[in-house]
Design a protein around this ligand. Sequence first.
Ligand SMILES: C[S@@+](CC[C@H](N)C(=O)[O-])C[C@H]1O[C@@H](n2cnc3c(N)ncnc32)[C@H](O)[C@@H]1O
Length: 269
Amino acid sequence: MDFNKVYEIDCINGMNEVLEENSIDIIVTSPPYNIGVKYNSHNDNMEFKDYLEWMNQFGKACKRVLKDNGSLFFNIGDKASDEFKAFDVAKQVNNNNLILQNTIHWIKSIAVPEEDINIGHYKPINSRRYLNNLHEYVFHFTKSGSVTLDRLAIGVPYADKSNIGRWKSVKNDLRDRGNIWYIPYETVKSEKEHPAAFPKRLPEMCIKLHGFNENTIVLDPFMGSGTTCVVAKELGCKYLGFEIDKEYANLSRSKLSQKEISNYISAQE
Ligand SMILES: C[S@@+](CC[C@H](N)C(=O)[O-])C[C@H]1O[C@@H](n2cnc3c(N)ncnc32)[C@H](O)[C@@H]1O
């Protein structure tokens, strides 16, 4: 099994045939959502029952390659007109495969009138019936349902500092962020390179929450433009990615060959 490599193959074949059992620490990924996105190679308009079966096979392959204390962070969104869809898909990943340990809400934009805050970007829908859909899910699956996490690695400072002295367990000015993660899309710098890339901060927070070191192996089976692998590399982990499309695989390779190291959020952003 070679690390730090982009494989231009189907991810289920890749996970079943290239990777060893119990070999991966962290999977962070976002599959095609089956909502008609125009990918180069993949048809994002499958029959829904075929899509669900595919996601079940995906869950099975993830279970095979994950270590017993590994984590799968599975990002998926839905449409305002079909709010059960993300859960239907998550159930297929779970079915006979992995246990849902946490459900994280990725918030792309939020308004907090009391604080005079209205931040983040989204693509507005033209509807009098549906609200704009400003969130996606990150389902955190594990084999046991009880994998220990490093919650304070992505913790936030206490608003009320008197909490620090009040509780014995509180040693630093950091509390659990909880399962609502506000992560805005990054400002697009040039022409859009991939139709469905997530922001770097999303895999960053997942990897930090699981906990990592230089021996940690991070996999993205649907790597697209390579966001997860770029973050894993920049954090000093080992990485692997599968991508079915040649152009996207080459895009990932080119990003992974760049030297640039981003400024990452510290725990006390
Ligand atoms: C939602 S995108 C992932 C985007 C990625 N998170 C990023 O930040 O760029 C899903 C990707 O899965 C790829 N894909 C579709 N079917 C695949 C398969 N069977 N095996 C591997 N990759 C596949 C698509 O080409 C697409 O690039």
